[in-house]
Design a binder for this molecule. Structure first.
Ligand SMILES: *Cc1c(COP(=O)(O)O)cnc(C)c1O
Length: 461
């Protein structure tokens, strides 16, 4: 493309705007103190660039906003459902399309129809809610990434691939306990690491050999398809849409959080080919979500999702999104900022432990960096480290620390512009200059479960 060598530009212009919370350093200092040094407790209004998550935070297009008005709110047999069903069938090839209010509802319904206590669900790696839903059924969620892919600094193209040797071993030794195999595209761990088509094809063959259905957790199917096009030998000549269509057809079904590549603020999908399984799922759906032609959604949500699923495979959009993430990564890399490599589709992960090596894990270096980014420039990232995954010592000593103290900067879709990215880079660079001075933190109050969301902390002086 002609413009490749020039400044990255958004392949859209702006029709509606939302003012940002411009604050002073003094105001941010007070806001963070009031939030007990936990960015989850900040009021979003006090955040300038919010990179907490890419889930449900994207901007809809003019066509999606227009589609909302077409929503058919009929309880049963809504026209909007049939429109969505047609779009999803064409994209995925799946027979039964079941709308849900979020991805986790699709997971819960699928697993309640397929799992029993003692069963095993192998995956490349389970997303948090997927793992929780597997375990809720009394089954075991097993992650099977290649060993090399677990090194955060190994610059490999497909760190999301499922380890076929490990998968075969489980199927041979404990196959009778495995009702299905899951592959998450892209793999969230490490910021959206893609799964190759070669790996998916081989996983499908293996599943066929053992008579197991292959399911996708397909929240970021478009980003995975784009990264296949960019990175996989022999796939560069195909469109992202062609790759996505083949990807879905390798599976017997999928769960999908529409808050990612569905380009909507709420929604989810469950797709299955097996008619008997679909019936079981619909029965459960009626109990927990709603009638099968709306799931947990309004008719207007179904319309916006149908439109979003067609827009997300636009290659100008996908190229711009990935170029933007890559741009942030490359600029920070040039400063020497330690990060997980390579950058994936939707996030950049800074290694907080290596960024602030003077802070031991039990002083939460990831949180120290997250808070410094907020004070410096109003940027909100999220700690994915000892505060989130570490364990308090029951005897009152230091926490058992997480292997890595990461800070995830996650990019909402079509929401921030290239100048916001430049600003973000400046903020990280300024904090990098004074990294020796970042204070550590101690927890003042915490809960037993999911403490990262609610913990109260204070800086160690
Ligand atoms: C977000 C996400 C989910 C859960 O979806 P929700 O819509 O948040 O319930 C499941 N899997 C992956 C890979 C996700 O990114």
């Amino acid at each position: 493309m002609e413009h490749r060598q020039r400044t990255i530009i958004e392949p859209f212009r702006i029709k509606a705007i939302e003012p940002l919370g411009i604050t002073t350093r003094a105001e941010r200092t007070v806001a963070l103190q009031k939030a007990h040094y936990n960015p989850f407790k900040l009021h979003a209004e006090d955040v300038l660039i919010d990179l907490l998550t890419d889930s449900g935070t994207g901007a809809m297009s003019a066509a999606q906003w227009a589609a909302l008005m077409l929503g058919d709110e009929s309880y049963a047999g809504s026209r909007s459902f049939y429109k969505l069903e047609a779009v999803v069938r064409e994209l995925t090839g799946v027979t039964h399309v079941i709308p849900t209010h979020q991805g986790r509802a699709a997971e819960h319904i699928l697993f309640s129809a397929t799992l029993k206590p003692g069963m095993i669900v192998p995956a490349n790696s389970h997303f948090d809610t997927t793992r929780a839903n597997v375990e809720f059924m009394g089954a075991q969620a097993v992650d099977l990434l290649y060993d090399a892919a677990m090194d955060p600094r190994a610059d490999l193209p497909f760190k999301g691939d499922i380890d076929l040797g490990k998968l075969e071993k489980i199927l041979v030794e404990q196959g009778d306990r495995v009702p299905l195999v899951m592959v998450t595209i892209t793999n969230n761990r490490g910021g959206g690491q893609p799964v190759s088509l070669g790996n998916l094809r081989a996983a499908r063959q293996l599943c066929d050999r053992f008579g197991k259905p292959l399911f996708l957790d397909a929240a970021r199917f478009a980003e995975n398809s784009w990264l296949i096009k960019q990175r996989e030998p022999g796939e560069g000549h195909r469109t992202a849409g062609e790759i996505a269509r083949e990807t879905f057809r390798l599976a017997a079904g999928f769960t999908l959080s529409a808050k990612k590549d569905g380009l909507v603020n709420i929604g989810g999908l469950l797709g299955v080919n097996d008619g008997a399984l679909a019936e079981k799922c619909r029965t459960r759906l009626i109990l927990t979500e709603g009638f099968p032609t709306y799931g947990g959604l309004a008719g207007r949500d179904l319309e916006a999702l149908a439109q979003g699923l067609t827009e997300v495979l636009d290659e100008d959009y996908l190229e711009y999104r990935h170029a933007s993430v890559r741009y942030v990564f490359d600029r920070l890399d040039a400063f020497g900022v330690p990060m997980m490599r390579p950058p994936g589709g939707h996030a950049v992960y800074i290694d907080g432990g290596a960024f602030a090596p003077h802070l031991p894990g039990w002083q939460y270096p990831g949180l120290a960096l997250t808070n410094a980014l907020y004070i410096e420039g109003g940027v909100r990232g999220v700690e994915v480290g000892t505060l989130m995954f570490g364990r308090p010592d029951p005897a009152g000593g230091h926490d058992e620390v997480a292997p890595l103290d990461l800070v995830r900067l996650t990019f909402p879709r079509r929401t921030y512009t290239q100048s916001h990215m430049d600003y973000l880079i400046e903020v990280v660079a300024e904090v990098w200059q004074k990294r020796d001075t970042l204070p550590g933190y101690r927890i003042v109050q915490q809960r037993e479960v999911l403490r990262a969301f609610t913990a109260e902390l204070e800086p160690i002086s």
